[in-house]
Design a protein around this ligand. Structure first.
Ligand code: SF4
Ligand code: SF4
Length: 418
C-alpha cells in the first residue's frame, strides 16, 4: 500500500473504488489536456496540482489541521476566502467535475439536476472524496435551486446570496458577509482583525492580478497558451494554497512573455477565436474545451466562474478599518454576475466588453444540463450577440462521453460559419 492509499484508508474511503476514480480521471486527462502540443513548460506545476488534489494536497490539509487550522469546504465563488483565511481557516472549493461519481449522486438526488451538483455529492456518497472526512465546515449559498436545497439535505452553513442587485440586496449581502465572519470566528476561536484581513485581501488580490495578467496574454493573436491549459490553471486555482499558486502563475506568465517574443503558440496566427460563456468547468471536466480546440479553434476567454467571473474586480485595499473592509469585500463579491441574479444587465454589459477586448469571432454558450439559470439567460445573451452579428451557439451537455460525436459535429458546423 502506498502512503496515499494508507491515508485514504484511514479517512474511511473505499480505496479500490477510489483507484478506479483516479484511473478514470487520468484517462480523461490524457485524452484531453495531455494530448495537446506546444504546452508551456511551467504547466507541469498546474498538472501536478490537479494530480495531487486527492493526494499531496489532502496530506497537507491533514497536517495543517493537526497544527490547529480548520478546513472549510466551499462550492461557489461568492464565499469570501479572505474572511476564512483571516481567522486562520483554509478554504478549498470542492465542486465535482467527473462523470464517475454521478451514478452515486443519482442514488440520493434526482437525476434531473445539474451534473456539477450530482458529481460533487456522488463523490461523498461513494466514499471517494477525501475532503469530506476532514472538513470542519461546509459552506453553501443560496444561488441556484439545486444547490440551495442540497445544503439543507447535508446540513451545511448557508450564506444568503440575494437574487437582485438593489441597495436593499446589497445591505442583505453585507449582513451575510458579517454573519459568515462570525460563524468562522466561532469555528476557529480566532477573531478576524483589520490587520489579518489586510494581509488576506492582499493575498487574494495578488492572485487575481496574476490571473488577470494571464487573461491579457489571451488577447493576443495567436495567444501563447491554449484555452484548455488556461482552464487547468483555473481549476488549480480552486484547490491550491493561494500564495504558492500565485508564485507559480507568475513564473508561467514570465514564460508566456518569452513565448510571445519568440512567436511560440499552440495556434497559427488567424486561428478562429472563441469565447466560452456560461457555466463553470470544474476539475475533471475538460470536455467542451478539448473538443473545440481539437477542431482547430482557440478558446481565448472564459466568461464563467472558472474564468473572468473569478478574477475580475479586486477588493479595495489600503482600508484599515474592519467594518470598511467588510463593506469592500461585500461590494467586490456582489459584482459577480451569476445567472442567479435578475435582472442581470451587468452580465450582458460584461459579455459585450469581453467580446471586444478579446477580439472574439464566435461565442459558445456552455450550459450544464438542467442549469436553468444559465439556460434561460442564454436567450438574452444570444440576443445581444446577434444584434452585434457575433455568431453564437448554445451547447447543453453533461459530463458523460455519450454526446461527444454529436457535439463535435455541431462544433465543426459552427466553426465553419465563422
Ligand atoms: S455559476 Fe453561480 S452558483 Fe455557480 S459557482 Fe458561479 S456564482 Fe456560484
Ligand atoms: S451549473 Fe448551474 S445548476 Fe449547476 S451548480 Fe452551477 S448554477 Fe447551479
Amino acid at each position: 500500500m502506498t502512503n496515499h492509499e494508507q491515508m485514504w484508508e484511514e479517512l474511511g474511503l473505499d480505496v479500490d473504488l477510489h483507484k478506479e476514480l483516479i484511473k478514470s480521471i487520468d484517462h480523461t486527462f490524457n485524452q484531453t489536456v495531455g494530448a495537446q502540443n506546444e504546452r508551456p513548460a511551467s504547466m507541469a506545476y498546474f498538472d501536478r496540482v490537479l494530480h495531487e488534489s486527492h493526494g499531496g494536497r489532502v496530506a497537507e490539509l491533514i497536517e495543517a489541521r493537526k497544527n490547529g487550522k480548520k478546513f472549510v469546504g466551499t462550492f461557489c465563488i461568492y464565499v469570501p476566502d479572505e474572511i476564512a483565511m483571516a481567522a486562520d481557516a483554509i478554504p478549498v472549493a470542492l465542486c465535482g467535475g467527473t462523470q464517475f461519481s454521478i451514478p452515486y449522486g443519482e442514488k440520493m438526488f434526482p437525476r434531473n439536476i445539474c451534473p456539477l451538483v450530482k458529481s460533487t455529492f456522488g463523490m461523498a456518497l461513494s466514499k471517494t472524496c477525501p475532503y469530506g472526512p476532514i472538513k470542519d465546515l461546509g459552506v453553501g449559498e443560496t444561488t441556484c435551486d439545486a444547490k440551495k436545497k442540497a445544503w439543507d439535505v447535508v446540513n451545511f452553513y448557508v450564506m444568503e446570496v440575494p437574487q437582485k442587485k438593489s441597495d436593499l440586496d446589497l445591505k442583505l449581502w453585507r449582513q451575510a458577509v458579517a454573519d459568515f465572519k462570525s460563524r468562522i470566528e466561532e469555528l476557529t476561536g480566532m477573531k478576524v482583525t483589520a490587520h489579518r484581513l489586510t494581509q488576506t485581501i492582499d493575498i487574494m488580490n495578488d492572485k487575481r492580478r496574476a490571473l488577470q495578467k494571464l487573461n491579457e496574454f489571451r488577447k493576443l493573436d495567436p495567444p501563447p497558451i491554449s484555452g484548455l491549459d488556461a482552464l487547468v490553471i483555473m481549476q488549480a486555482a480552486f484547490n491550491d494554497e493561494p500564495t504558492r499558486f500565485t508564485e507559480h502563475l507568475t513564473e508561467l506568465n514570465n514564460e508566456l512573455d518569452d513565448r510571445v517574443k519568440k512567436g511560440i503558440s499552440p495556434f497559427k496566427k488567424g486561428t478562429k477565436r472563441i469565447m466560452i460563456s456560461g457555466c463553470p468547468s470544474v476539475m475533471g471536466n475538460w470536455k467542451v474545451h478539448s473538443l473545440i480546440e481539437k477542431s482547430d479553434a482557440a478558446i481565448v476567454v472564459d466568461e464563467t466562474c472558472t474564468g473572468t467571473r473569478y478574477f475580475s474586480n479586486l477588493v479595495e485595499d489600503g482600508v484599515a478599518d474592519l467594518e470598511k473592509q467588510l463593506d469592500a469585500l461585500a461590494e467586490r463579491y456582489m459584482k459577480i454576475d451569476c445567472a442567479c441574479f435578475s435582472p442581470n444587465n451587468e452580465r450582458m454589459e460584461t459579455i459585450e466588453k469581453i467580446v471586444d477586448d478579446h477580439t472574439v469571432d464566435g461565442v459558445v454558450q456552455y450550459i450544464l444540463q438542467y442549469c436553468h439559470g444559465y439556460n434561460v439567460e442564454a436567450i438574452r445573451v444570444a440576443r445581444i450577440l446577434n444584434k452585434r452579428k457575433i455568431p453564437n451557439i448554445k451547447l447543453e451537455t453533461d459530463y458523460s462521453e455519450e454526446d461527444m460525436g454529436q457535439l463535435r459535429t455541431r462544433i465543426d458546423a459552427f466553426l465553419e460559419q465563422l
